[in-house]
Design a protein around this ligand. Structure first.
Ligand code: C5P
Length: 227
C-alpha cells in the first residue's frame, strides 16, 4: 500500500484537527497536532517563569529549549491524541485562554520553530502521516502528496471553538474566543518566520457551509485520487 503525507493548514478553529483525526483513523495513519506542540512549549514557558505580564523572556526560553521534550500518543481507534511535556500528559492543560492568548507570540520565536519543525519532520519521515498546523504544506513537508488549506468565516469558527471550550468545562465568553481567534490569525499570517499562507499547490476548503460528514466525504475523494 502506498503511504502518503497529508498536510492540513489553515486559520484557527477551522476544524483542521477534527478532519485530520478522521483521516488518520480511516487510513490508519499517525496524526500529529503541531499546534499542541506550540501550546506545550507555551505551557513550559509559563510553568518556568519565562512569562511576566504577557512579556516573554525569549532569551531564557531559548536557553532552556534543550530541556523540553515532547512526546505524542495517538489512539487510532478512538481518534484521540495526547501530548506529553517532559513525561507529563498536558493535553488537558494546553487549551486554556491563557495559553491561547500567548501561543502565537511563542510561535514567532525562530529557535522554537526550528526545534519543533525538526521533530515534526522526524515523526513524518516514513509517511503515513496526517499533520495539521500553519506551515506544514509550506515549510515542514513542502513535498506532501496532499495539501489542504482550510478556511471558514470568523464567526462560524468562533462559535465552534466557543461550543467546544464550553463542552470541555472552560469558563469563557464568545467575545473572548472571537478576539483570540482574530488576534492569533493576525500574528500567524504576519510573522516573519513561516507565516501562515496557502501553499501554491494546496487545495482550499471553505467549510462554512459543510457538515463534518460532508467535509470528510469530500476530502476522502481527494485522498483516493492521490493514493
Ligand atoms: O492549531 P492550534 O490552534 O492549536 O495552534 C495554536 C497556535 O500555534 C497557532 O495559533 C500558531 O500561533 C501556532 N502554530 C504554528 N505553527 C504550526 C501550528 C501552530 O505557528 N504548525
Amino acid at each position: 500500500d502506498k503511504k502518503i503525507t497529508i498536510a492540513i493548514d489553515g486559520f484557527s478553529s477551522t476544524g483542521k484537527s477534527t478532519l485530520a483525526k478522521q483521516l488518520a483513523k480511516k487510513l490508519n495513519y499517525i496524526y500529529v497536532d503541531t499546534g499542541a506542540m506550540y501550546r506545550a512549549v507555551t505551557l513550559y514557558a509559563l510553568q518556568n517563569g519565562f512569562v511576566t505580564k504577557g512579556h516573554v523572556n525569549e532569551h531564557a526560553l531559548i536557553a532552556n529549549l534543550p530541556n523540553v521534550t515532547l512526546k505524542f500518543f495517538f489512539n487510532t481507534n478512538l481518534a484521540h491524541s495526547e501530548v506529553y511535556l517532559n513525561g507529563v500528559n498536558v493535553e488537558g492543560h494546553i487549551r486554556t485562554m491563557e495559553i491561547s492568548n500567548l501561543v502565537s507570540k511563542i510561535a514567532t520565536i525562530h529557535d522554537v520553530r526550528l526545534k519543533l519543525v525538526e521533530q515534526q519532520r522526524f515523526m513524518g519521515k516514513d509517511k503515513g502521516v496526517v499533520m495539521d498546523g500553519r506551515d506544514i504544506g509550506t515549510v515542514v513537508f513542502p513535498d506532501a502528496e496532499l495539501k489542504l488549506f482550510m478556511t471558514s468565516g470568523a464567526n462560524v469558527r468562533a462559535q465552534r471553538r466557543y461550543d467546544e471550550l464550553l463542552a470541555q468545562g472552560h469558563d469563557v465568553t464568545y467575545n473572548e474566543v472571537l478576539k483570540n481567534i482574530e488576534e492569533r490569525d493576525d500574528i500567524d499570517t504576519h510573522r516573519e518566520d513561516s507565516p501562515l499562507r496557502k501553499a501554491d499547490d494546496a487545495i482550499e476548503i471553505d467549510n462554512s457551509d459543510l457538515t463534518i460528514e460532508e467535509q470528510f466525504d469530500k476530502i476522502l475523494q481527494l485522498v483516493k485520487k492521490v493514493l
